[in-house]
Ligand binder design. Structure first.
Ligand code: URA
Length: 213
């Protein structure tokens, strides 16, 4: 499935009951693709949990308070010679594990995750990001296969649990969690520093070594 077909498949998805309560599907957002038929060419993929109320209304991920924090985190990631920060329209794609909002923002159920994960997997195959930042336990468990707490997994590089594509995964706290637990922002910043270092290392490798399997 190419990028436009994948977008259409998500838009018309009825694989689980979330399709009955959603207002919009939330496919993802990021740098504009060079051509409409192609996936955006981005180095960074940020993965969250699921759309909330605002995201469901607007059809875009991370547009509420947690999204503002995420945008600030990205802006603080000064990468490259010009020292410009990242943003949702430059070098980055943002997606969730679930493409539809769980009612009342409850946690995604295992069945919902299982139904929706193939969409994220195909997004990753088409985007071919150089590095993935997994935010919160649902993104982390989907991408790394581990259900350990964030606190136990952070601080090291994980491998993507995907048969046909390899990329380093850095895990950190979900922005919504950070809004409720301000002292952990320092840990999240340390995670972003690890992500930036890892990215620089990936970019410094010879092309054959850093490409996907
Ligand atoms: N939380 C998420 O994980 N994703 C969103 O898109 C919004 C809030």
């Amino acid at each position: 499935m190419d990028w436009p077909s994948l977008q259409s498949a998500v838009q018309s998805c009825q694989a689980c009951a979330l399709c009955e309560s959603r207002k919009n599907t939330v496919f993802g957002v990021g740098q504009a693709p060079a051509q409409e038929t192609e996936a955006p060419q981005v180095d960074w993929l940020i993965v969250g949990e699921a759309p909330g109320e605002n995201e469901d209304l607007q059809g875009e991920p991370f547009v509420g308070q947690a999204g503002k924090l995420l945008d600030n985190m990205l802006a603080a990631m000064k990468i490259g010679e010009a020292g410009a920060g990242l943003s949702r329209s430059k070098g980055v794609y943002i997606a969730n594990v679930l493409k539809c909002r769980p009612p009342t923002n409850r946690n995604p159920s295992p069945d919902e995750v299982a139904m929706c994960e193939p969409y994220l997997a195909r997004q990753i195959e088409l985007l071919r990001p150089k590095i993935i930042l997994a935010m919160g336990k649902f993104a982390i468990s989907s991408l790394t296969g581990s259900n350990d707490p964030v606190g136990k997994l952070r601080g090291r590089i994980h491998n993507l649990q995907h048969a046909s594509y390899q990329a380093p995964v850095i895990v950190t706290y979900h922005p919504a969690y950070l809004l409720r637990n301000l002292p952990d922002k320092a840990k999240a910043w340390a995670d972003l520093i690890l992500a930036m270092q890892t990215y620089q290392e990936v970019m410094a490798r010879p092309a054959a070594e850093s490409s996907a399997v």
